[in-house]
Structure formats: C-alpha cells, structure tokens
Design a protein around this ligand. Structure first.
Ligand SMILES: *Cc1c(COP(=O)(O)O)cnc(C)c1O
Length: 228
C-alpha cells in the first residue's frame, strides 16, 4: 500500500497549526515508506518492536527522532538506550528503574513518558491514577533515584470503540491526571510538558482534550497487515 502523501500534508498542517507533534508510526512498514515520508520533511517516527527498530535505524538517516511506543521489556532496553528519542510507554516503576540504570551506564539522560491506563480495554497497559500517585510521591520523596531519565509527561490510549463521548472522556481524564501531577514532577526538575494521546481513529478528540503528541500510523502508511 502506498504512503498517503496528500493525507500526510493535510494532517501535518492541521497539527502544526495547533503545535501538536506528529509521530508517524511506521511499525511493520518498509524502510522505503519511511524514506518517502522523510523526504516530505517528517523526522519523528514511532516503532513498537525493538528488533524491528534496531534494524531500521541502521538503514535510515541519522537525524530521525525515534519514538519507542510499544511495550518495552527490561532486557531489551540496552538495544535502544543509546539513540532513542522518547520512550512513550513506561508502565511500571520497575521499568522506569531499569531504563534509569541503563542510562546511567551509558551516561545519558533518556526522555520517557509514563503510561496511564485510561480505557476499558483489558489488554492495555499503564498505571492507574492511584498507582501513578504512589510513584510520583516516591519520585518526589527521593530526588536522587531517577537521575538519568527525564520524565517528559504522560501517554495514554483510549478504548477501541465507536463511542466518541467515551473516547473524549478518557482523553480528558488523562489531561486531568496530567494537570494534577505536573507541579510535583516539574518541581523535581523534569520537563513534564507532554501528553502523548491520539491515534489514526481518535487523534482529533485527543487534540481537543489537550494532547501535545499524536501517534498516527495507518492514516499515513495505510492499513497494517496485522494488528499487534
Ligand atoms: C500502532 C500504534 C499506534 C498507531 O496506530 P494507528 O491506529 O495505525 O494510527 C499508536 N500508538 C501505539 C501505542 C501503537 O501501538
């Protein structure tokens, strides 16, 4: 399936006007499609699988900003730690610690987002509001623990549903949680300015609710052959 170049230009313009960052989700798509998008000026790409990402990085321009948006396993952090631009889906304290540890090893500060569970879908990952609260307390109580991650904000996924009111409510709940924990995390020295929410089917609802980063795949690259 060809890259949707007209769609890309339209979506990019629409998001630029609202100062929302577009991450083009290229998982399962060939390097040639990424090059095509790159040649139109796109620099932020998102991938879900460590091996696929590492393979692609070697074949593509160095100035691409790679976003890891999948479910990251601790034992694979080391493969992406040297170059990853932003890890979106940090969903446990254990994973945050492991990323921090790896970052210390390579003397880097790795930007991350904490994933919050806002939907009704059982298969999704993330902290619930209480768990996030506990983590934030812990972080602000011990400022020397997470020195080599920069917690840039939150990430979330809405339910896979036709119910637009529900989608909006879920995105608004993430924005509310963000506003609540933001002062404490910025006080700890983290940037904490980003909310990564919105995909092909629901990005407009996400932007209306206050998203600063959207992750769009199929609208740009066409449908994927499988849904991971
Ligand atoms: C695949 C994926 C996307 C992109 O999904 P589309 O519906 O193709 O836009 C966004 N976010 C995450 C976490 C994904 O896994």
């Amino acid at each position: 399936m060809p890259v949707n170049t007209e769609g890309y230009k339209k979506i990019k313009k629409e998001l630029d006007e609202q100062s929302v960052l577009l991450v083009a989700v290229s998982k399962t798509k060939p390097v040639a499609d990424i090059v095509e998008m790159y040649n139109m000026g796109q620099r932020d790409f998102g991938e879900n699988y460590v091996q696929e990402l590492v393979d692609k990085v070697q074949q593509l321009p160095q100035d691409i900003r790679w976003h890891f948006i999948g479910h990251l396993q601790s034992n694979k952090i080391k493969y992406i730690a040297p170059f990853v631009h932003l890890i979106h889906g940090v969903d446990t304290e254990k994973l945050l610690s492991a990323i921090n540890k790896q970052a210390v090893k390579i003397n880097r500060v790795i930007p991350v987002l904490l994933q919050v569970y806002i939907s009704k879908d059982e298969t999704k990952f993330g902290f619930d509001e209480k768990e996030l609260e506990v983590l934030v307390e812990k972080i602000s109580g011990n400022k020397n623990e997470f020195t080599n991650v920069d917690i840039r904000g939150l990430m979330g996924m809405a339910s896979f549903t036709e119910d637009n009111a529900l989608i909006t409510a879920e995105f608004e709940s993430l924005k509310k949680i963000f506003d609540k924990v933001q002062p404490r995390l910025s006080e700890c020295g983290y940037s904490f300015t980003e909310i990564s929410m919105g995909m092909s089917a629901d990005y407009r609802f996400a932007v209306a609710a206050g998203s600063t980063i959207v992750r769009i795949g199929s609208l740009l690259f066409g449908e994927r052959n499988y849904h991971p």
